[in-house]
Design a protein around this ligand. Structure first.
Ligand SMILES: [Fe+2]
Length: 403
């Protein structure tokens, strides 16, 4: 059967050591004259942040700053800054930071032109004006938000993680310079990198992927797995550059093939428990990978080999087990956990979390009035993975991962 594929990625990507110096030129190319530079308190104190501001000034671009982004992109920040952008006639948003900074900036760019609160810009097709021009400078090799049309924001009042965006909110340019990763402590660097690995794997096992997304996803896994240890545990600038590009490729893949069970199961835990996103999706990855590969015989060896498994003489089932073990070995080497702590996922909340995952990563956004109490054990969790997962299977997987 010939499937119709739809691949879209309009963001200009500039990558490599020293690429941050181009930011003034890139901003000028986008006709920016007065920009809001969004960051967080740690990144805004780094030398490369000051260098980026200098490059913008040299290009004749006026800058205003918002440096207060925290762990999550918050609707309250986005709404406040969106109003500021409109009042100050700011014509571009530049994000220098990790996923929460880029999601905050993307949200600001959306609400600035659409003139309504972020909470009303979530879901699909909820706004109709193009966001302000955006330049993304990721400082973690992970979220891939720099090439994503989506923003994930936290509604603090309703304790919900919400997804907003669409083709009108693709970033215009992404600058991937490994200098931005140099200041990260090891533990901080590991979290987004693991998130990126989940993006690549979940895109690869998606039922709506294509040869284009498969090629990007498998190359991202290979590059990520080959560079992650050195990127995190040493000063290897080449490994960091590889890591940034792998993360970017992973997100181009999942931006088109979507994400799967790891993200669908993690989302309710992130909203209702105190669980940061990379822990949720990362701890689930070895199990999710094995679950989905079980129905994708032609994808088993390519994925295992991208994870540097020697598949010679191994059966398909052994390849799957070895691929999961390769991820676990990587986690041990970068000090990433294999199980949820009792605080992150209390055993007595497992059944509830499995039921809350039913609407899935994308459908769940539109199903805010969904009642988890009505989900039976055989209810299917909605996501585009090749294999369908029931509530009972999700519950078993989560139980297995409790400390
Ligand atoms: Fe993610």
């Amino acid at each position: 059967m010939v499937l119709v594929t739809n691949f879209y990625m309009p963001t200009r990507v500039i990558a490599g050591s020293g690429s941050l110096a181009t930011i003034g030129t890139v901003a000028r190319d986008l006709k920016m004259s007065r920009v809001l530079v969004v960051s967080d308190p740690v990144i805004s104190a780094q030398g490369f942040h000051a260098a980026a501001l200098d490059a913008l000034a040299e290009a004749g671009i006026a800058t205003e700053r918002f440096d207060e982004v925290g762990i999550d992109a918050r609707c309250s920040h986005i709404d406040q800054q969106g109003g500021r952008v409109r009042r100050a006639a700011i014509d571009g948003v530049i994000c220098i930071g990790g996923g929460s900074v880029m999601c905050t900036g993307k949200g600001i760019a959306i609400v600035a032109t659409n003139d309504k609160p972020m909470a009303e810009c979530t879901g699909v097709g909820s706004f109709d004006k193009r966001a302000l021009p955006m330049i993304m400078v990721p400082t973690t090799a992970g979220s891939g938000s720099e090439v994503s049309q989506w923003t994930i924001v936290k509604d603090e009042e309703r304790h919900l993680k919400l997804l907003g965006g669409g083709p009108l909110s693709f970033p215009d340019a992404a600058i991937l310079d490994p200098v931005t990763l140099a200041s990260l402590p090891m533990r901080v660097a590991a979290l987004p990198a693991v998130d990126a690995l989940t993006h690549a794997v979940e895109a690869y096992v998606s039922a709506i992927g294509s040869p284009i997304t498969d090629a990007l996803a498998i190359a991202a896994v290979r590059l990520q797995h080959g560079s992650l240890r050195a990127s995190i545990n040493s000063d290897d600038e080449g490994a960091r550059a590889d890591n940034l590009i792998a993360s970017c490729m992973a997100n181009i893949a999942c931006g088109n093939a979507r994400l799967g069970h790891g993200h669908a199961l993690s989302l309710p835990m992130e909203g209702h428990l105190d669980l940061p996103h990379p822990y949720g999706v990362g701890i689930l990855l070895p199990e999710v990978l094995a679950f989905d590969l079980a129905v994708l015989p032609h994808k088993v060896r390519p994925l295992a080999e991208a994870l540097e498994v020697d598949t010679t003489g191994l059966s398909r089932a052994e390849c799957i087990a070895a691929a999961s073990d390769a991820v676990r070995d990587l986690y041990r080497d970068i000090a990433f956990p294999l199980k949820f702590t009792s605080q992150q996922l209390p055993r007595d909340r497992v059944a509830e979390m499995a039921r809350r995952a039913v609407p899935g990563l994308y459908a769940g956004i539109a199903a805010r009035d969904y009642d988890p109490a009505t989900a039976r054990p055989d209810t299917i969790i909605a996501c585009p993975s090749a294999r369908k997962m029931t509530v009972a299977q999700a519950e078993a997987m989560l139980s297995e991962l409790c400390a």
